[in-house]
Design a protein around this ligand. Structure first.
Ligand code: 5GP
Length: 190
């Protein structure tokens, strides 16, 4: 998605540690016209995949997932983050390692909302090492739900998570794929 690459180049800020800050249009302030375009692009990619639900992790994936779900005409569901495991039999849960915070957290989703007859599209803002996405795949596995694939706003390919998931057979579509970030210089995979 050329527009995503242009936004990253004009408004993104490269921070130390391989972090890209996109607070001006995606992560804190949201460019709503751009968000609608993201939803439409994801729906174009997955419109024929029989998706019944869009799943993300709170908080930064929610806006994009909602935009995609609205275009696909299906519910959006977000896994909640808990500091400790509080499994009481009513939720599916798994542990995710946070790349940006360097800590582990538990993600849970109610058994009422993720079901064996669902075909799930996984959505997130960033794909780095792939821990968040693997966590969502695991929640679907526990529910017996099918995974149609993943739609990611920005993939940082140099961290390898996306290609590892593709090699494992998961369809991963990223609207912009960053091959390298050297200082302020950003190179995209085309
Ligand atoms: P992963 O689990 O693939 O290593 O990292 C993905 C998660 O970490 C995303 O949900 C996202 O919130 C966060 N993340 C990873 N890299 C970046 C980044 O460069 N910038 C921002 N803003 N978030 C990131």
């Amino acid at each position: 998605m050329l527009l995503m690459e242009e936004k990253i180049l004009t408004e993104g800020q490269v921070l130390p540690g391989g972090i890209l800050k996109v607070g001006s249009f995606l992560n804190q302030q949201i460019d709503t016209a751009f968000l609608r375009a993201i939803g439409q692009e994801i729906a174009r990619l997955y419109g024929e995949s029989g998706v019944t639900k869009v799943l993300t992790i709170e908080a930064s994936g929610i806006a994009i997932a909602a935009a995609a779900a609205m275009e696909l005409g299906v519910p959006m569901l977000f896994a909640k983050k808990h500091k400790t495991s509080n499994v009481d039999g009513t939720v599916y849960s798994t542990i995710v390692h946070s790349f940006t915070h360097g800590t582990d957290y538990t993600v849970v989703v109610s058994r009422d909302y993720l079901r064996a007859d669902d075909t799930v599209l996984l959505v997130d803002d960033f794909l780095a090492n792939g821990a968040a996405l693997r966590g969502l795949v695991e929640l679907c596995r526990q529910a017996g739900a099918a995974v149609a694939g993943a739609a990611i706003a920005i993939e940082k390919a140099f961290q390898g998570g996306g290609d590892a998931l593709r090699a494992a057979g998961v369809r991963v579509e990223s609207l912009a794929v960053i091959e390298r970030m050297d200082g302020d210089r950003i190179t995209f995979r085309r």
